[in-house]
Design a protein around this ligand. Structure first.
Ligand SMILES: [Fe+2]
Ligand SMILES: [Zn+2]
Length: 464
């Protein structure tokens, strides 16, 4: 391998908002840019390896405490190159020394593949245009230069010039990663949330994107939020929910609007009490958000809603009964929706109750509806049957503790929206006639709106 050679003069005038080396620049906005954690590999083995249903005889150890959450702070907007070390390259990679004392290693094939110019990366569609497979195997720079805007590389094979903005390089440095994690944005809650549940105003949500930003931020943080002052009609409800995203159509339709008449063959359409559950456990991709709006309740009473913070409950179970947590993280539960004659919906594979990020092991979503559980008839070890029932009993006990339960009566004009990947819902039995409408939004559509209503689009794009 050729000895590294120095190739640049580092410009002293690189953008640097502060002359003090130790002072780290704060982003101008109050909030850090919302950037999703898109890690796709890890030095460690996946902490939640794929697991068949039922569990193997030697279940893996319980997942570690959750690492920092899926939101990352973007790297410094104006990263600063070292003034004392120079950019160098050898036949495999370019080394970029930062003032903070770390040096990024960028392999040439990766750099060429990520050229940011408009010939290689479409400026409007934000898609790659470059034919990755036309890059010569032994691609080499002819010249690397630090410029004010970024690092310029002139490539040896065809003279193509690439310019990588400093901020982009710092943000996407992979060896090492330089991002800083921000602390979890979740606020766990129990019954005490009744004293001050998260809410936003109808006008704010309808009139401005910043109103939607506040709304999606609260939904993300607490797992639910009310909107106050919405006209108690299906039309107004549809308009308000569509401020987040288009409605996810299912076998129940788009915006559902029902009375307790069992028109759909599901317990939800009766007057019976419903234990806490998440919806659509029988989908491969369960609904991300669910909105409920009580339009009227006449000639009767009851029907209070109950919410339980599933992430908080999972944390409690893991601390009190790691064995139960492990079982519910590993046993895959088949589920279905087959009450209507024209559908029998099942996910492509059964899923456990606790679903974790495949790389970082963090709890991503809770999938729990005991009523929709299909027959579990595939066990390697009959002892797993008892372990499973013990685990679900322990889980059910945590969910049903008084301090887990947040009860509230829905009222017309105040729809409730909840994060169906986190918060479980149910209701008390009622009598009389209730008319309720609501809708689902997919998780991906919600996260897109959440990210874009709380960050500048350019910051989101930079992190792609
Ligand atoms: Fe439900
Ligand atoms: Zn290019």
């Amino acid at each position: 391998m050729a000895a590294p050679r120095s190739i640049t003069r580092i410009l002293k005038s690189l953008p640097n908002p502060c002359s003090h080396h130790h002072h780290r620049r704060r982003r101008a906005s109050l909030l850090p840019a919302v950037v999703l954690d898109k890690r796709y590999s890890s030095n460690q083995q996946s902490r939640q390896p794929p697991h068949p249903h039922p569990p193997s005889k030697r279940p893996p150890p319980p997942p570690p405490p959750p690492p920092p959450h899926l939101l990352l702070a973007a790297a410094d907007a104006r990263p600063k190159l070292s003034e004392h070390h120079k950019i160098t390259f050898d036949e495999k990679k370019t080394l970029v020394p930062w003032e903070e004392g770390k040096t990024s290693h960028f392999q040439h094939v990766w750099m060429r593949d990520h050229c940011q110019c408009s010939e290689c990366f479409h400026p409007e569609t934000k898609q790659r245009v470059l034919d990755t497979f036309s890059i010569p195997k032994n691609i080499q720079p002819d010249m690397v230069e630090a410029e004010e805007k970024g690092m310029k590389i002139k490539w040896k094979n065809d003279g193509h010039e690439s310019l990588y903005p400093w901020e982009w390089l710092h943000l996407h440095s992979y060896n090492p990663r330089l991002e800083r994690y921000i602390s979890p944005q979740f606020k766990f809650w129990g019954s005490e949330i009744a004293e001050g549940p998260p809410e936003v105003g109808y006008d704010a949500v309808m009139e401005s994107d910043s109103g939607v930003g506040e709304w999606t931020r609260k939904i993300h943080k607490y797992g639910f939020c009310y909107v106050n002052g919405v006209p108690a009609t299906p039309g107004a409800t549809k308009e308000v929910v569509e401020r987040i995203a288009h409605i996810k159509h299912t076998h129940y339709g788009g915006l559902w609007d029902f009375t307790s008449d069992l028109s759909r063959k599901d317990t939800a359409y009766t007057t019976l009490a419903l234990g806490v559950h998440t919806d659509t456990t029988y989908f491969s991709d369960p609904a991300g958000l669910q909105l409920f709006h009580l339009l009227s309740h006449t000639d009767g009473s009851g029907g209070q809603s109950i919410l339980v913070d599933g992430f908080r409950a999972a944390k409690i179970l893991r601390e009190e009964n790691p064995a139960a947590y492990r079982v519910l993280s590993n046993v895959r539960i088949p589920s279905h929706s087959s009450g209507n004659h024209d559908s029998s919906i099942q996910p492509y594979a059964p899923f456990p109750v606790f679903n974790h990020h495949p790389v970082n092991g963090e709890l991503i979503f809770v999938r729990w509806n005991n009523d929709d559980r299909a027959t579990m008839d595939r066990w390697d070890d009959p002892a797993d049957v008892e372990r499973f029932y013990e685990a679900t009993r322990a889980w059910n006990d945590v969910l049903k503790r008084r301090e887990s339960e947040y009860w509230e009566q829905l009222v017309p004009g105040r729809p409730l929206i909840l994060d169906n990947w986190r918060v479980l819902h149910g209701r008390a039995a009622f009598d009389g006639k209730r008319r309720l409408c609501g809708a689902y939004i997919s998780r991906d559509d919600f996260m897109s709106r959440f990210v874009l209503s709380n960050s500048k689009r350019e910051d989101v794009l930079k992190a792609l």
